[in-house]
Ligand binder design. Sequence first.
Ligand code: LAN
Length: 666
Amino acid sequence: MVTEKQSKTHVSPGLESRLAREADEALRRALDNLAERQSELGCWTGDYGGPMFLLPMYVILCRVADQEIPRERRGRMITYLRNVQNPDGSVGLHCEGAGSMFTTTLCYVALRLLGVDAQDRDAAAMRSWMLEHGTALGAAPWGKWMLCLLGLYDYRGLNPTPPELWLLPYSAPVHPGRLWCHCRQVYLPASYLYGIRAQISPDELLLALRQEIYDSPYAEIDFAAHRDTICEADSYTPQSLLMRAANRTLLAYEQLPNAGLRGRALAEVLRHIDYEDMVTNFIDIGPVNSVMNTICHHFREPGGERFQRGFEALEQYLWDGHDGLKMQGYNNSQLWDTAFAIQAIISTPYADEHARTLELAHRFVRDNQILEDVPEREAHYRDPCRGGWPFSNRAHGWPITDCTAEGFKAAVAMEQRVERPVPEELLADAIRLILYWQNDDGGWATYERTRGAAWLELLNPSGVFGDIMIDYSHTECTSACVQALALARRRFPGWRCGDIDAALERGVEFLRRRQLPDGSWEGAWGVCFTYGAFFAVSALVAAGVSADDPAVGRACSFLLARQRPDGAWAEHHSSCAEGRYVQGAEPHMVNTSWALLALLRGGCTDREALARGVKALLEGQGMDGGWPREAIVGMFNKTCAITYDNYRHYFPLWALSEWLQSVGRP
Ligand code: LAN
């Protein structure tokens, strides 16, 4: 197939060199734009919104804990909620998704709590959608939790999340410590709030809401009959038989309350909540546990110090963007963006002209590496941290496999350019950690080595998300770690080379096994097959796999077959939920960049296709040298998209740069 493609690869040399001149010009402007956007801290910061359950959770916290949101802020939040509403009145799981009962209900409640009248046109349209799709009774469980806190749903209508699970011995396969850290950190405060049946008493507005979100009088609803009710739109992971059996057992347990045991379990849960707050400076691993831990503190000690600190830390999750004020999926993506921006800039011939930008960026990377393991880490089910890099910043504190890998790559790339590079011993620590994190299957997961069995996914209670129960090995995380190890082998010749070579070999094998028969890789954290190809091909080639290798050839053919007539690639976010390449409507500059980078690194010889891709990037570039906002391109847990606003500022630049290198500068 590769040879077939190679036979029609001509592009007239005149055309190519004209394009190269334009690309060179575009590259310079893109670099200026990127430099312009750097923050004083040296990092890049961007809108990290997208998930539509987050802002309502924040608003609900404010209501539960009686924290008044300043008027101007309320206005910006309302603007956001109106902006993300779909034409049919609904709100999606994420800002570009089709209607979900989970998020439509929460956004409706948030709008009303923010002061919007029930008669308001947008609010009324949301309510109509809810009533037409089975009412709030069909909201996914996390939505019902939030409603319970406000007294808008009855705890009898929840499947149990008992805190007692935390008292099981770790050897139990269902011990929460074995779950994906995000999953266990969400169910941790959820189990506390469930355990104490946390609820505020309703005021007039809440009493009105009880009538608005259902189609029958609140007092007449048999909530217990709706434990498993879930609107079709929210049902991505249907309940397994195992889950049903488990719920029946847990319900039976709830009928026989044992105050002593519950008390001990709640104390144990609080111990873990306090620990998570302590080691993350109250930022917490993610937005959901950040809100929920703070709610726990409120019920423990209203207005207490823990509550105050948790509430203040939430500020870091808020972002006032072009479409209003939202809650982000993390306390931003600075480290991740900065590590990529550095690598993109360094790939160009103009790195010296941006020495100051690079130096500042490097400083951010250096100063945000994690230097210490968390204390008593085994008692709180934590992996080592020393030498790792986080996704956002050091204050957040949780290191991640691929962030560590990209941080390492950026730090090594900058070593010769700065006076105070990352000390060698800390670079070595990053590699030690990456070696430690490799899974038995040869791949790397996100934050931790995989601890739980894959069958635990049968107990996924979320309805709306896929693959949340354990930390799985992923193509992207593996690819980043493989690239870092390949670099480490060169950076530290002779040091632990047996271990590094063995890890690399197993990593490459993992990536080969993950390649699908059509030559593609399914990405988990970006949209989707273009993202997977970018990482996997980069890793294979970095690890020494030749461009003649059939795996690389098949990857290139896969991508070439999906190039649009206008030269661009455009992949729709539903690729992730559907597990197949879904074409998007508009040319997508970040997808195009990923595809081009994969093709270039994979040694694609179809110069005409590459030139058309580059042309699409040039046509898409804005006056300011950047690329305009486009369809959402980040992803998590199969169904929820998330905005990576800075991708459009460095991936196209990086692709142009590598293309120019491949054709020779004008
Ligand atoms: C993230 C953000 C970063 C992302 C990468 C490092 C890019 C990725 O390569 C690995 C996975 C990771 C760390 C990731 C996992 C899921 C997160 C934490 C998020 C997408 C940010 C928000 C999301 C989190 C789970 C949102 C809360 C929802 C739950 C289902 C708990």
